[in-house]
Design a protein around this ligand. Structure first.
Ligand SMILES: Cc1ncc(COP(=O)(O)O)c(C=O)c1O
Length: 324
């Protein structure tokens, strides 16, 4: 009998296609540097982002413990990716889903969620904010609306900022996959933080495997609040995070070995290089993670193996000037 891999198996629904993404060595981008960067291609998930994983985990844990009842509405605040993941999971499982999103996020995201059957509620940005630059203040408005809608509809709130199940998607799957794929040989992990769910889940699993694996938080250069720096400009280009929020319960302080800062320009340059040199078409935050990993290879992690997540697809930014 032939040995079947997961890809050779017929799956019951698209939910079975979430996770088990490839891990790729970025050997072209690191030419001339000592050490390696390994990139987890999370944009190959069905919703084109890592957030499919947490959507599935949050919904399945809530089903299992009775917080989510058959046919109940699900509501969540999203920068688009979690909403897309939830749209997919809710479509397959038969839950109505309401995505609450800032108008500052790219339009592709709202269109995709609608196509997947979600109701999308778009919230105006603060007067001083710009499209494509969602600040913590903008997000606070979205949170207010999400809470109101969840209450009105007696909905289950798939709260990605607070539910431990959000991080568990990465703790149980993303990080163990990486350790298997890299044969356990990684020295450091750096991650651009939004909710902190990916950092929290992956760092916990890596430290459990080997406490010497260094785990770094990545932030926008002018909004590095977790690193204790003053926020000089909350309106950066890196969608999906860098909200200048200090209260991120999914991040446990003891998992953090350091902080790295990436400018908008560096993020865009590396995102474009990923496409041109590696053939990897990913979004702003993916380039941000790789830019931070390059900084590490040039400084404290010379000669080491650094792992990063490539969080979403470049297709989600076709309406922006990332691709001109
Ligand atoms: C494109 C992108 N990158 C990074 C992040 C941050 O990930 P996390 O919320 O796990 O910290 C998000 C979160 O929405 C995202 O959408």
């Amino acid at each position: 009998m032939m040995n079947k891999t997961r890809q050779d198996t017929l799956i019951e629904s698209v939910l079975g296609a979430i996770g088990n993404t490839p891990l790729v060595e970025l050997s072209r981008l690191t030419r001339g540097l000592e050490g390696r960067i390994l990139a987890k291609l999370e944009y190959l998930n069905p919703g084109f982002s890592k957030k499919d994983r947490i959507a599935l985990q949050m919904i399945e844990e809530a089903e299992a413990d009775g917080r989510l009842k058959p046919g109940q509405t699900v509501v969540e605040l999203t920068s688009g990716n979690t909403g897309t993941g939830l749209s997919i999971v809710c479509a397959v499982k038969g839950y109505p889903f309401v995505a609450v999103m800032s108008k500052g996020n790219s339009t592709e995201r709202a269109r995709m969620m609608k196509a997947l059957g979600a109701e999308v509620v778009l919230i105006d940005q603060l007067p001083e904010s710009k499209p494509g630059q969602v600040s913590g203040g903008d997000l606070a408005l979205v949170e207010e609306a999400a809470q109101r809608i969840a209450k009105e509809r007696e909905a289950f709130r798939a709260d990605q900022f607070h539910l431990e199940s959000s991080s568990r998607g990465h703790y149980l799957h993303t990080a163990p996959e990486i350790l298997r794929q890299a044969d356990g040989k990684i020295d450091a992990f750096c991650d651009f933080v939004g909710t902190g769910s990916s950092f929290g889940g992956c760092a916990a699993a890596f430290k459990e495997y080997d406490p010497n694996i260094l785990c770094y938080i990545v932030e926008p250069a002018e909004a590095s609040i977790l690193a204790g720096k003053p926020v000089t400009n909350p309106n950066h280009r890196i969608q999906g995070g860098g909200y200048s929020m200090t209260d991120l319960p999914l991040i446990k302080k003891e998992l953090i070995d350091g902080y790295l800062q990436v400018t908008d320009e560096e993020a865009m340059e590396v995102t474009r290089r990923l496409a041109k040199e590696e053939g990897i078409f990913a979004g702003f935050s993916s380039g941000t993670n790789v830019a931070a990993a390059i900084q590490l290879l040039k400084t404290t992690c010379k000669d080491k193996t650094i792992v990063v997540l490539l969080s979403d697809s470049g297709l989600k930014y076709l309406s922006t000037d990332l691709w001109l």
